[in-house]
Design a protein around this ligand. Structure first.
Ligand SMILES: [Zn+2]
Length: 445
């Protein structure tokens, strides 16, 4: 699900500023031929638009969810008391239908219209599953998920027929019962069943390269200190040492430090604390570490405390390791206490994990780690390899093919070094021309 926050800050409903205790979710469809959610978002974000306001629109062309109100803000979506209890979500409708009176329409292109309705239905299932988890709602519970039409029957909404009128007239097999069951099933996939967790696993090998992370931070903060750029590879090596994804730790640091600008941050660069460690209340200054490497190591260890029940491989230097309920956040999405199924987690702010995932995705979207790298500097140095089975690869990374040959133990000359996946210290090109080896397994001599 792609969710874009697009709060209608000018709409009088938003400025009214009333909050609700969320007891349920109401599904709507817009009741006019307009598939583009952005058209609504733009028109409704106006002080003069005082007729309605909803929590989200789902785009009919691509299924994107546009969040228009904070979830616990009182919306104006159903014209009755349901506004005091229910979040309201509008699905956009196909452009090829024409209303002929009430909830009745004709359709000039059934296949396209069905595709739109299927897309919004599926996105709504995902969104409602997320919201049920967030607000601890049982999708099959009485009144937890209703349509506008059902809301009318229950006496909590005005007399509309949406969105069932859309599905029935387009000949789709959807009902609110199929919808609720689909939401339940979608939540099952996201529950804490062993091995069945959905989300971004914190434990594992990093996917982003040091180049991608450096390119990201340079783009976000052109004034970033050189010392920050120099320490980026430490995220990968420290992460690899504990089996934690170093790129996730780095994305978290980008969030916690304001892209290493430290503006408004409780910590400073000098403290070598890049994750807000120990800032357990506003105004506290947080822990400090002797070197950047130790600060990153403590962060990695702290992430491991949340993500796994395995013991640390290295000596514990995380001063807060002992406070973590081990294994309570296997995925990044659960690092925020509001989204965590047990209400535990690294941070209290809403959507904490989702923010880290967004940063991680932006890092990974940077062209394959091949973001403008300076021309390879000519190097030549000797390394000693003690392993007898060190793979020689065709390129600098575990994403390139093995040549099928091994170095064998001995001393080798490296003529070029490049960063690449699977090796924290980078990859070295063998002078012999046989290929590349991971410098993690070679001692410079
Ligand atoms: Zn409605």
């Amino acid at each position: 699900m792609k969710l874009i926050e697009s709060i209608l800050t000018k709409n009088p409903c938003y400025t009214a500023g009333r909050k609700i205790t969320v007891k349920g979710l109401m599904l709507h469809s817009v009741g006019c031929p307009q598939p583009s959610a952005l058209v609504f978002v733009r028109n409704w974000n106006s002080a003069s638009y005082d007729r309605a306001c909803v929590h989200a629109f789902i785009d009919g062309n691509d299924g994107t969810v546009y969040q228009c109100l904070p979830w616990n803000h009182r919306g104006w979506h159903c014209g009755a008391s349901g506004n005091n209890t229910h979040i309201g979500v509008e699905m956009c409708e196909p452009g090829c239908i024409r209303y002929t009176g009430g909830a009745t329409f004709t359709c000039s292109d059934k296949a396209t219209a069905q595709a739109v309705a299927k897309r919004t239905y599926q996105a709504a299932v995902e969104l409602f599953a997320m919201l049920c988890q967030k607000f601890n709602l049982d999708p099959l519970g009485d009144g937890a998920i209703v349509s506008h039409k059902e809301g009318c029957k229950r006496g909590i909404a005005s007399n509309h027929g949406d969105p069932e009128h859309l599905w029935t007239q387009l000949g789709l097999p959807y009902t609110m019962d199929t919808f609720r069951k689909a939401v339940k099933a979608a939540m099952g996939g996201g529950a804490a069943a062993p091995g069945g967790v959905s989300g971004t696993k914190i434990m594992g090998a990093a996917v982003a390269t040091a180049e991608q992370m450096k390119a990201y931070i340079k783009a976000k903060n052109p004034k970033v200190a050189q010392s920050v750029l120099d320490m980026v590879p430490l995220y990968l090596s420290e992460g690899a040492a504990e089996g934690v994804r170093g790129d996730i730790a780095f994305a978290q640091s980008c969030l916690e430090t304001g892209n290493f600008g430290f503006a408004g941050s409780a910590v400073t660069l000098e403290k070598n604390n890049f994750c807000g460690m120990g800032v357990t209340a506003n105004g506290l200054k947080g822990n400090s570490f002797a070197t950047a490497q130790l600060g990153i190591r403590a962060q990695v260890q702290h992430l491991k405390a949340y993500a796994s029940t395995e013991p640390l491989k290295g000596e514990c230097i995380d001063p807060r390791f002992k406070y973590v309920a081990r294994g309570c956040a296997e995925v990044v999405e659960w690092l925020g206490q509001k989204e965590n199924p047990q209400g535990k987690g690294w941070a209290t702010g809403a959507g904490y994990g989702a923010k880290i995932v967004t940063i991680l995705k932006a890092i990974l979207a940077i062209a394959g780690g091949a973001a403008p790298t300076p021309a390879p500097v000519a190097v030549s140095f000797k390394v000693r390899v003690t392993a007898t089975d060190l793979n020689i690869r065709t390129g600098p990374g575990t994403n390139t093919a093995k040549t099928g040959k091994f170095t064998g133990a001995g001393v080798f000359t490296i003529t070029e070094v490049k960063d690449g996946p699977g090796s924290a210290k980078g990859w070295g090109r063998l002078k012999s021309g046989a290929g590349w080896i991971s410098l993690d397994f070679a001692q410079k001599i």
